[in-house]
Structures are given as structure tokens and as C-alpha cells.
Design a protein around this ligand. Sequence first.
Ligand SMILES: *[C@@H]1O[C@H](CO)[C@@H](O)[C@H](O)[C@H]1NC(C)=O
Ligand SMILES: *[C@@H]1O[C@H](CO)[C@@H](O)[C@H](O)[C@H]1NC(C)=O
Ligand SMILES: *[C@@H]1O[C@H](CO)[C@@H](O)[C@H](O)[C@H]1NC(C)=O
Ligand SMILES: *[C@@H]1O[C@H](CO)[C@@H](O)[C@H](O)[C@H]1NC(C)=O
Ligand SMILES: *[C@@H]1O[C@H](CO)[C@@H](O)[C@H](O)[C@H]1NC(C)=O
Ligand SMILES: *[C@@H]1O[C@H](CO)[C@@H](O)[C@H](O)[C@H]1NC(C)=O
Ligand SMILES: *[C@@H]1O[C@H](CO)[C@@H](O)[C@H](O)[C@H]1NC(C)=O
Length: 354
Amino acid sequence: MIFFLSLPLLPLSVHSQCTRNPIIFNFGDSNSDTGGYVDGLGLSFVPPNGRTYFHQPAGRLSDGRLMIDFLCESLDTGYLTPYLNSLGPNFTNGANFAIIGSATLPRYVPFSLHVQVSQFLRFRSRSPALMLSGYKDLVGDADFENALYTIDIGQNDLAESFGSLNYSQVIDKIPSFITEIKYAIWNIYQKGGKNFWVHNTGPLGCLPQKLASFARNASQLDEHGCLLPLNDAAKAFNAQLRVLCEQLNSQLINATIVYVDIYSIKYDLIANASNYGFEHPLMACCGNGGAPYNYDANITCGRTGYTVCHEGSKFISWDGVHYTEAANAVFASKILSSNYTTPRVNFNFFCTKM
Ligand SMILES: *[C@@H]1O[C@H](CO)[C@@H](O)[C@H](O)[C@H]1NC(C)=O
Ligand SMILES: *[C@@H]1O[C@H](CO)[C@@H](O)[C@H](O)[C@H]1NC(C)=O
Ligand SMILES: *[C@@H]1O[C@H](CO)[C@@H](O)[C@H](O)[C@H]1NC(C)=O
Ligand SMILES: *[C@@H]1O[C@H](CO)[C@@H](O)[C@H](O)[C@H]1NC(C)=O
Ligand SMILES: *[C@@H]1O[C@H](CO)[C@@H](O)[C@H](O)[C@H]1NC(C)=O
Ligand SMILES: *[C@@H]1O[C@H](CO)[C@@H](O)[C@H](O)[C@H]1NC(C)=O
Ligand SMILES: *[C@@H]1O[C@H](CO)[C@@H](O)[C@H](O)[C@H]1NC(C)=O
């Protein structure tokens, strides 16, 4: 019941204004993996993942839907099928290449952004021929030009860098991450992609996992209790990503590269949690150890000894790293408002153009 209180924020009743079938290809990490990791590794997640919406683990690290799921709903299209799903996949509305844990670098490991784009290029070259020979549920040649290419990656690059490097060394590595995103967009553009939707990275220093483990002193926490070095690195990453998107907008003829300020969306929800009906902005719903963060690296969500909150709709963090469905619903409603996109275009821009 409580969950429905967050629904009015999302314009679910607004019907999609697409004038053609929306097709989306998504690249990224756990923020947008709709099952690629479990398909690829032959795993299943355990409850309570999925408890709120799917009522069983659904290949997502959340109690329910992710931002990308809500974005698909806004276009009246189905959830994206993972590219690695080999059991009756339906790719008529695109494919999801995002995999939990993915980063831009190192480049030649599964499932870096480069590997995800390589998988896409294989899909791109095989799909039209397979359709001509009678396969259904794939994507036709012209559809690749009209499709939307969404990218949400970088969080793991920063998180892993902080595991072994100091702040200035992390900052020094950021241009190499941005360059990988540039190559990804270039490679897709070379094959006819024109519409890009690029999420910046969220406030890493507000994740309960980081707050529970990152050595710091009081001067390194901001007014809302988040870790300044991690958030400053995320902001530095985002500033460079924004410049890249602006450059590509002028360099790539006929292409639209939309930069989406996910950081501000997420940070606003954490800073103003009570305005949105949330109570524990820095505490995981599912974990162990209780306040302030309810995160224990040895007893994470689903592992022996975990505890889970009763009302996930009051929590922003699901498991200390990933967000609750309730938080994801707010994020999606903000994305759909166009208030956080540069240039200021609507999420359905790619399927309304004639
Ligand atoms: C495949 O997905 C499309 C788009 O979401 C949907 O319209 C169609 O019904 C699906 N096909 C099958 C066989 O489920
Ligand atoms: C970061 O590490 C490098 C290499 O060990 C060192 O030269 C530099 O002084 C360190 N910077 C800070 C701010 O600690
Ligand atoms: C807190 O850490 C910063 C950066 O490491 C350091 O410059 C500062 O002196 C520390 N402050 C205290 C009170 O320990
Ligand atoms: C850009 O679009 C116009 C109009 O569709 C087309 O004539 C032109 O060839 C395109 N240019 C490139 C570089 O794709
Ligand atoms: C919190 O909400 C207020 C009022 O809407 C807004 O001015 C402020 O920017 C928000 N804080 C953050 C960090 O977004
Ligand atoms: C996790 O378990 C390891 C090995 O038992 C132990 O060394 C470590 O301190 C534990 N970590 C936490 C956060 O309790
Ligand atoms: C978007 O911005 C407009 C104008 O500032 C504001 O009225 C509206 O509430 C904003 N929507 C969201 C979802 O933030």
C-alpha cells in the first residue's frame, strides 16, 4: 500500500507519444542491468531481491524496478531483454547490454563498456540478415538509426579506483574513463546510431556501503553526511562527461547526445529525503548492523544473517549500493520531467521525430 504513495510522481497514466516503435539499446552497470549478469553467469539472485514488484528475484539488484524499467514503461514498451538471454529472448524493442559490476576500464575484460559495444556491433551486423531469413523478435536495419542508445556507466570505475588509489590519483584517471565513453558513442555512430542518452554518475559518497567502509574523519563528510572525496570525484567525472557530450553534439553530424544529470537527481532525493516521503537516506533497507548505515560487507542483502526493512518505500538505498524501487521511481519521474537534461529534450524525442 505504502508503495502507491510514490506513484503520483510518475506520469504512468500519460500515454506514450511515440509515433513509431521505440527501440532502445542500453549499456552500463548494475544501475541498469535487467538480468544480463544472471543470464550470463547462470545464476539467480535470492530473495528479498525483487520482493516489491516482481515478487521474486528478477535479475535486478533492487526490490523492484530500475530507472530503465520506468523509462520503458513511459514509452509503453516492454522491459529490455538482456543481450545474454538465450531462452526465448524478445529483442523487438532493443536489447540491454548492461552488466552488474561493469566499468569502462580495463577495456578487454567481460563486460567492460568496450565489450558491451562489441556485442552490440555483432548484434547490429547479424540481426538484419537473420530477420531476412525468417527470425522474428529482432531489429531491422533502419531501426538501428532511429533507436535510442542509453549509457549509464562510470560508478564502478570510480569505486574501484578509490580501492587502491588516493584522491588525486583517482582524479588523474578520469580522462581515461571519459575517453572510453567517447569511443563507445563514436563506434555506435559509425554504424548509424544518432540518438544518445548519457547518464552522468551518481553521488558515490552517499552510498551506505561506502559510508560504512571508507576511512575518513569528520571534515570529509558534507552537510548531509556523504563522503566529500567520493562525491567530488563523481562531480569531476561528470564535468568532463558533460564537456564530452557538448563536443560530440557539434562533431557528430545529425546526432543528438543528451546529457542527463543523474547526480543532481539522486543527491536531491538524499538531501531532501523527507520531502519525498523517505526517512533513512543513508541507511540500507536490506543488510545488517542497524543504524546509521545498516551495511556489513560480510552480511550483505540475501546472505545468511541479513535483515530487511518492512517498508522499502521509506528507504532510498536497497542493499547499500543499489536503490529501492521507490527511489528509482522518483529518479525516473525527474528524468522524464526534462529538467535535468542538456539539451532540454524529452525522453521520447527519438521516437517522435518523423
Ligand atoms: C516483444 O516485445 C514487444 C515490445 O515490448 C511486444 O510488443 C511483443 O508483444 C513481444 N512479443 C512477444 C512474443 O512477447
Ligand atoms: C597520492 O599517491 C601518490 C603516489 O603514491 C603520491 O605521490 C601523492 O603524494 C599522494 N597524494 C596525496 C594527496 O596523498
Ligand atoms: C582530516 O583529513 C584531511 C585529509 O586527509 C586532513 O587534511 C585533515 O587534517 C584531517 N583532519 C583531522 C581533524 O584529522
Ligand atoms: C544529415 O541529415 C541530412 C538530412 O537527413 C542528410 O541529407 C545528410 O546526408 C546527413 N549527414 C550525415 C553526415 O549523416
Ligand atoms: C532541496 O530542496 C530545496 C527546495 O526544493 C532545493 O532548493 C535544494 O536545491 C534541494 N537540495 C539539493 C541538494 O538538491
Ligand atoms: C569480515 O570477515 C572477515 C573474515 O572473517 C573479517 O576479517 C572482517 O573483519 C569482517 N568484516 C567486517 C566488516 O565485519
Ligand atoms: C521541473 O521544473 C519546473 C519549473 O522549474 C517545476 O515546476 C517542476 O516541478 C519540475 N519538475 C520536477 C519533476 O522536478
